[in-house]
Design a protein around this ligand. Structure first.
Ligand code: NAP
Ligand code: GDD
Length: 326
């Protein structure tokens, strides 16, 4: 019999790739969406599979525990992928309480609902490299054992949720994996994250539709992978015999400036002619450097990314060139 999966936050970047991945594997897929006054934007990233009736959608908001209980109880999923969050770091400084309510309180609501109504479900929790803050091992990598000292309300909210996952795993013997994923991007990435913002604006400049790109801190470094590779790792975690935590990363790091330079040069332009900076895109406290060590995932999950930084950025450039030429 085919397995039954529930994706919490089905319209997100990762959720859209995960839904396609699980459908290919023959899963029955349920997903949750939020009510929005513009109904089209509730399902933008999953329009194709929604129209074909391949995904069963349920309304759920993480701040509404009644809806969380109902959906978990009703779907009785073999696997629950909890991907919903207020996921923007800079926004979390402006909406700190909401970020905490959704990311920490919402995770508690999911874990409690599973404990009470669907204890057989295996749970994946979307933790993050933002939990490390500026802590790093002496060899320049972050790994599962690196101290977690977050520097944003978002990072703090995810650390609280990550700790709850450990607590529920140990106290109630629940199968809960927390994936410590480093930044992952794609053409489906929100356009207020730095990679897709850069690609979209650079393509507009190339096509004569815009003149400049305004960014914040160009000197922070990130370990950027592709969302499609990272959702496979989520699935692999839930196929193991025991619940565990895993760092998912490429092991490479680049500055925002290097990423910007790559995109502009790929489009035949000099980035310095078009890029300006503005303090309004800087955070009150910055996470300066991320470089993950995915050795544990490679050894225990046999996980290996297929995309390189270049092939990922090229895909994003191609996507926007095609979209904007339409
Ligand atoms: P995303 O594109 O921002 O998607 C987040 C999803 O959560 C959206 O579907 C959103 O719904 C939903 N959501 C937000 N608030 C909600 C609420 N109150 N109740 C119910 N649903 C809510 O994020 P992503 O990039 O796919 O990331 C997926 C998860 O991994 C997130 O938890 C993120 O924090 C975490 N993560 C991401 C990265 C990364 O680099 N992408 C790295 C590490 C961890 P709407 O579509 O209606 O807004
Ligand atoms: N968003 C944004 N916009 N970031 C900018 C800009 C800008 O105009 N200019 C410079 N940056 C810098 C940020 O200061 C940060 O150092 C870096 O670019 C990356 O920013 P984001 O793309 O917003 O990602 P993030 O690293 O803050 O957070 C993402 O990765 C986390 C994993 O480490 C998000 O996906 C989080 O949800 C995720 O957990």
């Amino acid at each position: 019999m085919s397995k039954n999966a529930l994706i919490v936050g089905a319209n997100g970047q990762d959720a859209s790739y995960l839904a396609e991945f699980l459908l290919e594997k023959g899963y029955k897929v349920h997903g949750t969406i939020r009510r929005n006054s513009v109904p089209e934007s509730q399902t933008t990233r999953i329009e194709g599979i929604r129209e074909s009736g391949l995904i069963d959608l349920h309304y759920m908001d993480l701040t509404d525990t009644i809806s969380v209980d109902s959906v978990v109880k009703e779907t009785q999923a073999d696997e629950i992928y909890h991907l919903a969050a207020q996921s923007h770091v800079q926004v979390s400084f402006e909406l700190p309480k909401y970020t905490l309510d959704v990311n920490s309180g919402g995770t508690l609501a999911i874990l409690e609902a599973v404990r009470r109504f669907s204890p057989h479900s295996k749970v994946y929790h979307a933790a993050t490299s933002e939990m490390f803050g500026n802590s790093c091992d002496a060899d320049g990598f972050q790994r599962e054992t690196t101290p977690l000292i977050p520097v944003s309300p978002y990072g703090c909210s995810k650390l609280y949720a990550h700790s709850l996952c450990h607590n529920y795993r140990n106290a109630y013997k629940m199968f809960i994996c927390s994936g410590i994923l480093f930044n992952h991007e794609s053409p489906r990435r929100g356009i207020n994250f730095v990679t897709n913002k850069t690609v979209l604006e650079a393509v507009k400049i190339k096509l004569g539709m815009s003149k400049k790109l305004v960014l914040g801190n160009l000197y922070s470094k990130r370990d950027w992978g592709h969302a499609k590779d990272y959702v496979e790792a989520m699935w692999l975690m839930l196929q193991q015999d025991k619940p565990n935590d895993f760092v998912i990363a490429t092991g490479e790091t680049r500055s925002v400036k290097e990423m910007v330079k790559y995109v502009f040069s790929k489009l035949g332009m000099n980035w310095e002619d078009h890029v300006q900076t503005d303090k309004k895109f800087e955070r009150p406290e910055e996470l300066d450097y991320l470089r993950g060590d995915p050795t544990k995932a490679k050894q225990l999950l046999s996980w290996k990314p297929k995309y390189t930084f270049e092939s990922m950025m090229d895909e994003m450039i191609e996507y926007w060139l095609k979209e904007l030429k339409k």
